[in-house]
Design a protein around this ligand. Structure first.
Ligand code: DHB
Length: 313
C-alpha cells in the first residue's frame, strides 16, 4: 500500500492533497464536505475583517481546462471562519487545518492576526499576499520591500505557525529576491502559486469580455501548470529547509500532483479542477497518485519529493 501522508513542521497530514483557498470553501457546508472527504486538510476562503460582497457578476467563467475569475474576496468575515476552525479543532484536536487571511491593508492583516493570536487556534495561518482581484490594491507579493515590512510587523508578535500564499514569478531575479526576503523569517510554509493575475478572456461571438471589471481576472487550470512547477521548483532550490512548500496550480490529475512533489512540494492544493469536480476529486487523485507511486516502487512521498532530475544530474 502506498502512503500518501505528509508532514509540515511538526504536523502530520493523512493525505498530501487539499483544496486551494477560494474554491468551494466559503461556508460551513463547503467546509464540512471537505472534512468528510479524503483531503488531508482544508483551507478556508480568504477572510477580510468584515463580510465582503466581492466584485460585480459575472465574475467567473469556466474555460476548457481552466477558468478566469475576478471574485474580489467575497467572504463571511474573519469571525465566521475563526469560529468554524475553533469548533473543528475542539472536535478533532489531532487535525491541522489552514485559516486563510487576506486583508486589503496591512492594518487589516495585523488586526486579524492579533485576533487569531489571542484565540486558541493552533492550526496554520495562510497569509494571502497575492489576491489579484481587488481594484486599487496591487498584489503585495510583487513588492519585495513591502513583503519584508509586512513580515517584520507580523512576526513581531505572531508566534504560531504561519505561511504566505505567493503570486507567480516569471523572472529568476525575482525568485532570488523573494527567497532572500522569506529566508529572513520563521515561516512554516510558502504556498506557490496563486492565480496568474490579470488575464483576459474574450467571448468572440459577442465580441465582448467574458467577465466584469474590464474582463481582467486571475487564471487557473492547465494553462498555469508550467508556471506553477517553475515556481515550486525555484523556491524549493532557494528557501531554507525549515520552510515547507505547498504546491498549487494546474492540478487536474495524479500526474500533476506527482510533478508538484517532484519539484519539492510537501503538500498540493487543488483549485480550479476541485471547483469543477467537488470533493470526489480527492478520491480520484489519491487513486491516480497511488498508482503512479506503486508502478515506480515508491512507498511514501519522501521517496521522490524534490528529487526532480535535470540533464546535468
Ligand atoms: C480572490 C482571488 C485570489 O486569487 C485570491 O488569492 C484571493 C481572493 C478573489 O478574487 O476573491
Amino acid at each position: 500500500m502506498t502512503d500518501l501522508s505528509t508532514t509540515i513542521a511538526d504536523r502530520t497530514f493523512s493525505n498530501c492533497m487539499m483544496n486551494a483557498a477560494g474554491v468551494r470553501c466559503a461556508d460551513e457546508n463547503d467546509l464540512n464536505q471537505l472534512i468528510a472527504s479524503p483531503a488531508g486538510a482544508y483551507v478556508t476562503k480568504s477572510a477580510t475583517p468584515n463580510v465582503r460582497e466581492g466584485n460585480p457578476e459575472p465574475r467567473m467563467k469556466s474555460l476548457p481546462g481552466g477558468c478566469i475569475n475576478s471574485m474580489g474576496l467575497p467572504n463571511h468575515g474573519l469571525d465566521y471562519y475563526l469560529d468554524f476552525v475553533l469548533k473543528d479543532q475542539a472536535a478533532r484536536p489531532d487535525k491541522t487545518n489552514l485559516l486563510s487571511i487576506a486583508g486589503t491593508t496591512l492594518e487589516d492583516n495585523l488586526a486579524m492576526l492579533h485576533k487569531v493570536a489571542d484565540s486558541d487556534f493552533n492550526g496554520f495561518v495562510e497569509l494571502n499576499l497575492s489576491c489579484p482581484n481587488v481594484p486599487g490594491k496591487p498584489q503585495v507579493g510583487y513588492d519585495f520591500d513591502r513583503v519584508r515590512e509586512i513580515l517584520t510587523q507580523v512576526f513581531a508578535f505572531y508566534d504560531k505557525p504561519l505561511g504566505v500564499k505567493l503570486p507567480p514569478y516569471f523572472d529568476l531575479v525575482h525568485f532570488d529576491q523573494i527567497a532572500a526576503v522569506l529566508n529572513d523569517f520563521p515561516l512554516t510554509f510558502v504556498n506557490s502559486i496563486n492565480s496568474v493575475g490579470n488575464g483576459l478572456v474574450i467571448d468572440p461571438n459577442a465580441e465582448r469580455v467574458a467577465i466584469k471589471l474590464g474582463g481582467l481576472g486571475g487564471i487557473g487550470g492547465t494553462f498555469i501548470k508550467p508556471t506553477a512547477l517553475a515556481n515550486v521548483r525555484g523556491l524549493s532550490l532557494r528557501l531554507k529547509p525549515e520552510i515547507a512548500i505547498i504546491g498549487t496550480g494546474g492540478v487536474m490529475n495524479g500526474t500533476d500532483v506527482f510533478e508538484h512533489i517532484l519539484c519539492g512540494a510537501s503538500m498540493v492544493q487543488v483549485g480550479t479542477q476541485f471547483g469543477f469536480e467537488g470533493t470526489r476529486i480527492f478520491k480520484r487523485l489519491s487513486k491516480e497518485l497511488s498508482a503512479i507511486m506503486a508502478a515506480k516502487g515508491y512507498q511514501s512521498i519522501d521517496d521522490f519529493k524534490g528529487k526532480l532530475k535535470t540533464f546535468d544530474d
